[in-house]
Design a protein around this ligand. Structure first.
Ligand code: NAD
Length: 486
């Protein structure tokens, strides 16, 4: 695969490449160029050179270019779903329906929104001035994406960034770069050269990109560790930061909810994409009266889930994307067991499948605050289930984490529901429906899951890519002497 810089396809200047494997089989399925600092500079220079033309293109015309991108993505969606499954591991149907189709709608949404307004008029101080607020693009934007939803998280960035008039340099995850590199050939090729650039590489490439002096926005989604490093490194650079980081989401099951419905919800939110979802449920708190019955049904439900290749329509859970992810999962489970937790089901890699990347859905009980699985994001198919007594207790447990990405309540009790959405500190609250994203609803994290109210989707998702300028225009400047002696 090649990178795409200034409208041209190219390898890394030093010719270096890295092999990408299919986690379902561990076969190499392609190679990505390993961009050097010089390649990063070429990509940012191309984005910088294209900026004036793109920002001055009428919003209506930019929207047409965006809509053509949506049309092309739609035309190629089956191919992309297959490529995403091959490099990332989750099921074809998830990549097609939950990911690519949502990306197409996201492009349409922001293309339309960008036609609506670019600022506002404010009341002037005097009768001879006109005051207005302009919203304008920043300039070259670094779009840095994690491995778990390579397209969804990419288009949540690039659709508003481009619609706002910024030019972009995309860096996909080194674990899942192939489908994104392919986009340059099928989906980005009609943009004016330099407006969209795609480079590939590891964290070192990402670091060179975010540190480049002509990058004006850093839009990053990934782990809290890397996000916090970017925040620290960006102090004093004047860059705008849009930072989306990790989570440790909880589901609270109240005693009034139908238990079968609750179990289905928790199985889905814990084990979708093999737990590699930033908003995966990794903690479950169940009201004591129904705890034993819930746990029994949840263990039975987890044991029914089918592990397999994401291309097989009967698969519920695909392989984990790479070995580092599994090693962390194993570390969290070993740490929990050493400190007294009990593995109620799962806890190990599944043997007899074509690769060693398949991990059994795992349920822990008896956890305590000193365990890694309580304090840190596991990012795999591991969840603990603990009892609580009152809704106040449950909310305190949910809020005890340093993360604040999302939280789920399963209850029909309006008193509990109001308490929950008012008192839980999380960027998204789902009540009785696990994890749907909504186009108009801003998505992002509180506490260590986000930074400075960064949000994607919704109107706020576009505003993050627009800088505010107030214009004060005196159309009778000869009256200056009326209010000053100068
Ligand atoms: P990661 O932080 O390891 O990598 C994310 C991206 O950052 C990759 O492209 C990587 O190459 C790049 N990178 C690494 N070091 C960098 C540096 N120093 N400077 C610039 N870029 C650098 O994350 P991951 O393992 O790919 O993804 C999983 C994480 O992402 C989880 O923590 C998950 O919760 C989080 N995530 C968050 C959201 C959200 O919206 N909040 C969504 C999805 C995933």
């Amino acid at each position: 695969m090649e990178m795409y810089i200034g409208g041209k396809f190219c390898g890394a200047e030093n010719g270096e490449t890295i092999g990408i494997t299919d986690p379902a089989t561990m076969q190499e399925i392609g190679r990505m160029p390993m961009a050097s600092v010089a390649d990063v500079d070429r990509a940012v220079s191309a984005a910088d050179a294209a900026f004036e033309g793109w920002r001055k293109m009428p919003a209506h015309d930019r929207a047409l270019v965006m809509q053509e991108m949506a049309r092309k993505l739609n035309a190629h969606k089956q191919t992309y779903a297959a490529l995403l499954t091959a490099e990332q591991g989750d099921t074809l149907s998830t990549h097609l329906h939950d990911e690519i189709e949502f990306c197409i709608s996201t492009i349409d949404f922001y293309a339309q929104l960008s036609r609506e307004e670019i600022g506002s008029v404010v009341p002037p101080n005097t009768s001879h001035t006109f005051n207005f607020v302009l919203k304008e693009p920043y300039g070259p934007t670094a779009c840095i994406v994690p491995f778990n939803y390579p397209f969804l998280l990419l288009f949540w960035k690039i659709a508003p960034a481009l619609a706002a008039g910024n030019t972009i340099v995309i860096k996909p995850s080194e674990r899942t770069p192939l489908a994104t590199l392919q986009l340059a050939k099928d989906v980005f090729d009609h943009f004016p050269p330099g407006v969209v650039n795609v480079i590939s590489g590891t964290g070192a490439t990402g670091q060179a990109l975010v540190g480049h002096p002509r990058i004006r926005i850093i839009s990053f989604t990934g782990s809290t560790k890397v996000g916090e490093k970017i925040i620290r490194d960006s102090v004093g650079t004047g860059k705008n930061l849009i930072i989306e980081m990790g989570g440790k989401d909880a589901t609270v099951v109240a005693d009034d909810i139908d238990l079968d419905q609750a179990v289905s919800s928790v199985l889905a939110s814990s084990f979708w994409n093999a737990g590699q979802v930033c908003t995966s449920t990794e903690r479950v708190y169940v009201q004591r009266a129904v705890y034993d019955a819930f746990l029994k049904k949840m263990i039975a439900g987890a044991e029914r889930l089918k592990l397999g290749d994401g291309r097989d329509e009967t698969t519920d859970i695909g392989p984990l994307c790479d070995n580092a992810t599994i090693l962390k999962v194993e570390e969290h489970i070993a740490d929990a067991v050493a400190k007294g937790a009990v593995v109620r089901t799962g806890g190990k890699r599944r043997k007899g499948l074509p690769s060693t990347q398949y991990f059994e859905p795992t349920i822990l009980t008896g956890v305590s605050d000193d365990m890694l699985c309580v304090q840190d994001e596991t990012f795999g198919p591991v969840v603990f289930v603990e009892p609580y007594d009152t809704m106040e207790d449950a909310i305190a447990l949910v809020n005890s984490s340093r993360f604040g990405l999302g939280a789920i309540l399963l209850s029909m009790n309006p008193i509990y529901i109001k308490q929950f959405f008012e008192d839980v500190k999380a960027g998204t609250i789902w009540i009785n429906d696990p994890l749907p994203d909504t186009m108009g609803g801003p998505f992002g994290g509180m506490k260590c899951s986000g930074y400075c109210n960064s949000r994607e989707l919704g109107r706020q998702g576009l505003e993050q890519y627009l800088e505010t300028k107030h214009v004060h225009w005196d159309f009778a400047p000869d009256r200056l002497h009326e209010r000053t002696s100068f």
